[in-house]
Ligand binder design. Structure first.
Ligand SMILES: Nc1ncnc2c1ncn2[C@@H]1O[C@H](COP(=O)(O)OP(=O)(O)O)[C@@H](O)[C@H]1O
Ligand SMILES: [Mg+2]
Length: 224
C-alpha cells in the first residue's frame, strides 16, 4: 500500500522557480496498476524520483506498507532503493557489458540476495518475463527492444519489491511490443502483489490500468 500526502518539489533555477510537483496526494493498493498521464514537463518523472527516493521532496510524506520514507536513515534509504522499489525506464538502462542474466544478478547482489541462490532466482525471473533461456547469455545490444525491456522488468522485480516505477516503459517500443510489455507488467503486478505506477503518453495503455491520473503543472488529479 502506497500513501502519498501533500508532496511538493520546487526546482530553483536561474530562470525562476519551477513547481515540478505541487501538493500531490494519492493512494495505491498492492497489485494495482496506476497510469499517470501528462504533457512533457508536467512533473511525471520528478514525482517518480521522489517516490523512488532518488530525490527528496520539499514537503509532504510517502508511506509504503506503513513505513514513512522520511524517517529512514542513509542505510534504510539504500535498502529501500535496492530492494523495496524497482525502476523501469524508457531506454531500458541495462548495463551494456553484462549479459541479460548478469544484469539481473547484479540487482540481486545490490539487494544482498543470498549468493548461492542468485542463479536460481535469476532463472525464475527470466522465466517470469518470458525470456527464452537462449537469450539469457546475450548482451543488451544483441536483444530486441522488447527483450531488453523484459530483462529490465526482471531486474526491477528481482528483490520482490512492493512498488514498481515505470517511466514511459513503452516509449521506445512499437505498439504491438509495447502492448506485450504492458500485459506483462499487469500480470506481474497481480501475481507479485506489487503496485505498478506507469507513466505513459498513450491513452490506450492508460485505459488498461486499474486507475488513471493526470498531472498538469505538477498537480495530480484522478480521471475516469
Ligand atoms: N533537476 C532539475 N532542475 C531544474 N528543473 C528541473 C529539474 N528536473 C526537472 N525540472 C523541471 O521540472 C519540470 C518537470 O519535469 P519532469 O518531471 O521531468 O517532467 P515530465 O517527466 O512530465 O516530462 C520541468 O519544467 C522540468 O524542466
Ligand atoms: Mg519524464
Amino acid at each position: 500500500m502506497l500513501k502519498v500526502e501533500n508532496l511538493d518539489k520546487t526546482f530553483r533555477t536561474a530562470a525562476g522557480d519551477v513547481h515540478a510537483v505541487q501538493n500531490v496526494s494519492f493512494e495505491a493498493k498492492d497489485g494495482e496498476v496506476v497510469a499517470i498521464l501528462g504533457a512533457s514537463g508536467s512533473g511525471k518523472s520528478t514525482l517518480l524520483s521522489l517516490l523512488g527516493l532518488l530525490d527528496a521532496p520539499d514537503r509532504g510524506s510517502i508511506d509504503i506498507d506503513g513505513t514513512q520514507l522520511a524517517i529512514l536513515d542513509s542505510a534504510g534509504r539504500t535498502r529501500y532503493r535496492s530492494s523495496q522499489v524497482g525502476f523501469v525506464f524508457q531506454q531500458f538502462n541495462l548495463i551494456p557489458n553484462l549479459n541479460a542474466r548478469e544484469n539481473i544478478k547484479l540487482a540481486l547482489e545490490f539487494a544482498h540476495w543470498p549468493k548461492d541462490s542468485r542463479d536460481q532466482r535469476a532463472n525464475e525471473l527470466l522465466a517470469m518475463v518470458g525470456l527464452d533461456e537462449s537469450k539469457a547469455d546475450r548482451r543488451p545490444s544483441k536483444l530486441s527492444g522488447g527483450e531488453q525491456q523484459r530483462v529490465a522488468i526482471a531486474r526491477a522485480f528481482a528483490a520482490q519489491p512492493h512498488l514498481i516505477l515505470a517511466d514511459e516503459p513503452t516509449g521506445s517500443l512499437d505498439k504491438a511490443t509495447g502492448q506485450k510489455i504492458v500485459d506483462l507488467l499487469r500480470e506481474i503486478a497481480s501475481t507479485q502483489n506489487a503496485t505498478v505506477l506507469v507513466v505513459t503518453h498513450d491513452e490506450k495503455i492508460a485505459k488498461q490500468a486499474d486507475r488513471r491520473f493526470e498531472i498538469e503543472d505538477g498537480a495530480l488529479k484522478e480521471i475516469a
